[in-house]
Design a protein around this ligand. Structure first.
Ligand code: HEM
Length: 343
């Protein structure tokens, strides 16, 4: 009896630590946090499409090998899918409606990855027809994008199904603009069930990738707070460099700037160092210094010797994000083509 109890305790502790016996390719960091969501499971396709995760990784290696800027793009893609109507691939749908779908919304500006998600889907359709959802592909592609930028590799839950509705209006409402202050940011996240820690940890995603001048130049370089001039909190030497890249008065300047100038394709702690040294791009990044809790986290990560704590926190936060309003079981559908036309 005592032995059985001990075995039970060992199993519970192992499960809490994310250890799953029999799972191929155990993740380097694999703590799946919080309460599980009904219908989602690590290895959901184990019986129906056992090669699904390997196929996604192989495609991602090919995609990022061809163009490394697509790694960060596909991480952002997951954020835009999950925050709007949940992680249901509604970002992929094409709407004929006059106001358009999520992909036509203002915050989708510069969003890339549509063709790549479709490329991965086509591979999975060849291997396992009508089995793996587009929503899961988006989550797996983001996981692999992080890994291919030297970030943590973690287990992902799968079992999501695809939504059938896409409205630009939802994306306009649910995605925070880069001009957000910290109160706004916390509100945008909290309505989706994410807390301040998820906010400060997931903002660390801006350690990779690029942004177009139009998303920050006005707020930070030329027209801070509606007055001509630079944001006084932005480092002056850095602002001067940014002004060379981004032309004044050009509202639709599509010039791209690395968000972390030191290591734009390495998933590391530099984002937090950028924020404390006033060399982050968006007001929404700088705003993390205006709240006691987010500031303390930024400062701790900026001086941390190893990324271990950030990586462990990131796995928790991105798993929380991957669980937002998911469709499982009989809800939603499994589509053959992700970018299907609706309405
Ligand atoms: C906290 C609120 C956030 C705001 C206001 C914000 C805003 C933005 C903006 C304006 C861009 C530049 C887009 C462009 O010009 O093409 C961007 C890029 C990016 N964002 Fe965020 N973001 C936020 C949170 C997140 C989260 C939670 C993630 C991921 C989990 C993320 C991942 C990325 C990545 C990887 C890029 C680079 C994309 C690329 O290189 O193509 N962001 N973000």
């Amino acid at each position: 009896m005592a032995l059985r109890l001990l075995q039970l305790v060992v199993l519970v502790v192992a499960a809490a630590a994310g250890f799953r016996p029999g799972l191929a390719n155990p993740a380097a960091v694999s703590v799946l946090p919080g309460l599980p969501v009904a219908g989602l499971a690590v290895g959901f396709y184990k019986e129906t499409c056992p090669q699904a995760e390997e196929l996604v990784l192989a495609e991602m290696r090919d995609i990022v090998g061809r163009d490394r800027t697509l790694g960060p793009a596909l991480l952002r893609f997951m954020f835009h899918d999950c925050l709007v109507r949940g992680c249901d691939a509604s970002i992929m749908l094409v709407s004929k409606n006059a106001t358009g779908g999520e992909r036509n919304a203002i915050p989708s500006y510069g969003l890339r990855g549509f063709d790549e998600i479709e490329q991965i889907k086509a591979k999975l359709e060849e291997a396992c027809p009508l089995t793996v959802s587009c929503a899961d592909i988006i989550v797996m592609a983001a996981r692999d994008a992080i890994y291919l930028c030297d970030g943590p590799r973690y287990d992902v839950e799968t079992g999501r199904r695809d939504g059938k509705v896409t409205l630009a209006f939802d994306a306009d409402n649910d995605l925070p603009p880069p001009s957000s202050n910290v109160v706004d940011l916390k509100t945008y996240f909290s309505v989706k069930g994410l807390g301040w820690k998820d906010l400060v940890v997931l903002s660390g995603s801006h350690t990779i990738g690029r942004a177009s001048c139009s998303t920050f130049a006005s707020d930070r370089l030329y027209n801070y707070s509606g007055h001509a001039g630079q944001d006084p909190s932005l480092d002056k030497a850095y602002a001067a460099r940014l002004r060379q890249a981004c032309e004044a008065g050009l509202a639709n300047d599509t010039t791209l700037v690395d968000m972390d100038p030191i290591s734009p394709y390495t998933f590391d702690l530099s984002y937090y160092r950028d924020v404390v040294s006033n060399t982050s791009l968006f007001l929404s990044d700088q705003a993390l210094l205006d709240d006691r809790w987010t500031r303390a986290y930024v400062e701790r990560m900026a001086t941390a010797e190893s990324p271990d704590e950030f990586f462990a926190d990131y796995v928790v936060a991105i798993t929380n994000m991957a669980r937002i309003e998911v469709l499982t079981g009989d809800n939603g559908e499994i589509r053959k083509v992700c970018a299907a036309h609706v309405d």
